[in-house]
Design a protein around this ligand. Structure first.
Ligand code: SF4
Ligand code: SF4
Length: 334
């Protein structure tokens, strides 16, 4: 895991057939003889953009060549849908082609976890992640309504923890309003991507049902009349990601293809907002997500902020602040 200001390595490549070359920069030999969860969001039903089984198979084969014992891994989600229970998720995995025959390993889904303290808060890390000493992270890069972009940090920060912790992270970032401080300027209503706020001369109306806890209103309010229930969702995500990966050997692969406006959790995640770019590999979640933003920026400047009205850099800054990794990286192209 990286430390603040440590220069980490990120490898960029466009042809998945040379994945072995990209991985050669990282300590895959440490995976030998170990059970290695390959952490992947397998896509909500009807979503079209998630990482496909063909790519998973290539990753699994590389891990087997390194004499690891990989298995595909994810956690159940808090909302009703096709990944709510372990059985639901196993059925969905089959539907999306993640079968032993297609990918060459088992699929394991966790629904429980172990409390882990990071920066004074407790996060329930999924049992299999907690037990693992080595992890491979396979993350599909996409837009996200609460974090601007979802990559490696989000794959663990939301995807590596239990339902209870997922709910806690979501609930912690809803706004609290202080009437006495409000000047009714309307800045928060303009900043809200979901039209959950209506401000007029002397009224401030909040539609909790329309709110996604993205924090854009809290950040925008010039009078500091809005506060988080707990704190910024992107801070909690970075902390939860650290709870999942701290003290472990983790190699991260980000797929920069089919980059849609919304998350793989969203059945209607489209449209695609950036051309296909390729892949990045690193052993640092902050560096790989920062490199992801930088590489995408060259092709589609500020695309996540323009599309989702949320600053995706917050998770990077928080990640550095809490020692999850380093945003300073050295990019190698193979
Ligand atoms: S931005 Fe702040 S001060 Fe302005 S209306 Fe919203 S809550 Fe009130
Ligand atoms: S947290 Fe986000 S979605 Fe909720 S009211 Fe504020 S800006 Fe709107």
């Amino acid at each position: 895991m990286g430390e603040k200001n440590r220069m980490t390595t990120v490898v960029f490549f466009t042809d998945i057939q040379i994945l072995h070359k990209a991985l050669s920069f990282f300590p895959l030999q440490k995976f030998a003889g170990k059970s290695v969860p390959v952490k992947l969001h397998m896509g909500e039903k009807w979503n079209h953009y998630y990482v496909k089984p063909e790519l998973v198979k290539i990753v699994i084969d590389e891990l087997k060549k390194a004499e690891a014992m990989p298995y595909l891994f994810d956690t159940t989600v808090a909302y009703q849908g096709s990944r709510h229970t372990k059985t639901d998720y196993q059925n969905l995995a089959k539907l999306h082609g993640f079968t032993l025959k297609n990918i060459g390993c088992d699929v394991v889904i966790d629904d429980s976890g172990i409390s882990t303290l990071v920066e004074g808060r407790s996060y329930e890390v999924a049992d299999h992640l907690k037990d693992a000493t080595s992890i491979f992270a396979l993350s599909h890069v996409k837009g996200h309504i609460q974090t601007g972009m979802g990559g490696a940090i989000k794959n663990f920060g939301m995807g590596g923890v239990t339902k209870e912790t997922k709910i806690k992270i979501h609930d912690g970032s809803y706004p609290i309003y202080e009437k006495d401080a409000c000047t009714y300027c309307g800045v928060c209503a303009k900043a809200c991507p979901f039209h959950a706020l209506k401000v007029s001369k002397d009224s401030w109306v909040y539609n909790e049902k329309a709110c996604f806890g993205c924090g854009a209103c809290v950040d925008a309010c010039p009078a500091k009349a809005l506060h988080y229930q707990d704190t910024d969702l992107q801070y909690l995500l970075a902390c939860a990601a650290k709870a999942c990966v701290q003290g472990k050997t983790v190699v991260y692969l980000n797929e920069l293809k089919r980059i849609a406006k919304g998350c793989d959790c969203d059945p209607n995640a489209g449209p695609v907002i950036c051309p296909d770019i390729g892949y990045l590999v690193s052993d640092d979640p902050v560096a790989i997500d920062k490199a992801t933003l930088d590489v995408i920026d060259k092709v589609a400047p500020n695309v996540f902020e323009k599309t989702n009205k949320i600053d995706p850099m917050k998770q990077i800054r928080y990640g550095e602040e809490i020692g999850l990794g380093s945003a300073s990286y050295h990019l190698i192209t193979v």
